[in-house]
Design a binder for this molecule. Structure first.
Ligand SMILES: C[S@@+](CC[C@H](N)C(=O)[O-])C[C@H]1O[C@@H](n2cnc3c(N)ncnc32)[C@H](O)[C@@H]1O
Length: 222
């Protein structure tokens, strides 16, 4: 989707995707993902990449576990709002042509994710994607997967939350068959799924008869 599409949504406060308390599936399943990758030295001190992060409370939750957390979000007001809502004054700096806001182990790069390189953020053993892949049009998916590979280390773990639904278009776009088209970059294993249509009437209004939220554990091959 165009940057203007998202900028207008942030400007108008149409951010129905934002979860006031953060994501419940992250809290439930993240410890098991860490345990699965512990033998490779992954733990609560490992850095986490959060693509298309908005101002999600999940950045704070991951930081409170001990991680250094690095978000990427191209709408600057979202990044500024994240820190303002916590009453902290982030350090603002530029590197390699991109702006970053940082405070106490949480960084948000104000950048197009497709233009972010290891020169900006380094590389990661942990990635958390909630409402990122599904925010992208199908023709943007391969570029997104390529970026995840460029910004991660072999063996890196991915926690992905996706949607499958039966209304036309998006966002959120239905990611049917994701375990097929994310391979071989990431091997995905379905960890949990449930239908959230009754709890999300806004999707019924768009014509959905089901809205399956799926939590995946993914891993890059070594
Ligand atoms: C559906 S929202 C999800 C935000 C967050 N992950 C959450 O769970 O609340 C998608 C976010 O990605 C941002 N975004 C979309 N395309 C982007 C891109 N190419 N680079 C950086 N941010 C992008 C949008 O501005 C928006 O804040």
């Amino acid at each position: 989707m165009e940057q203007s599409f998202w900028r207008e949504r942030w400007d108008d406060g149409r951010i129905g995707f934002h979860e006031a308390l953060g994501n419940a599936l992250l809290r439930e399943h993240w410890p098991a993902l860490l345990a699965r990758h512990a033998a490779r030295g992954v733990d609560a001190r490992s850095r986490v990449l959060v693509p298309l992060c908005g101002k999600t409370h999940d950045l704070t939750w991951l930081r409170q576990l001990g991680h250094d957390v690095v978000g990427v979000e191209f709408v600057e007001t979202a990044a500024v709002a994240y820190f303002a809502e916590r009453g902290v004054a982030p350090r603002r700096f530029e590197r390699a042509g991109a702006v970053c806001y940082e405070h106490d182990g949480v960084s948000i790069w104000v950048a197009d994710f497709f233009a972010v390189t290891p020169e900006h953020v380094g590389t990661f053993d942990l990635i958390y994607d909630r409402a990122a892949l599904v925010a992208l049009a199908p023709e943007q998916r391969q570029g997104y997967i390529d970026r995840l590979v460029a910004l991660s280390n072999p063996g890196a773990a991915l926690f992905l939350i996706s949607f499958e639904h039966d209304f036309d278009g998006g966002p959120p776009f239905s990611t049917d068959g994701v375990e097929g088209w994310m391979a071989p970059a990431f091997a995905l294993e379905r960890r949990f799924s449930h239908d959230v249509i009754e709890a999300e009437p806004r999707f019924k209004e768009r014509g959905a008869s089901y809205m399956i939220e799926i939590a995946w554990f993914g891993a890059r091959p070594l």
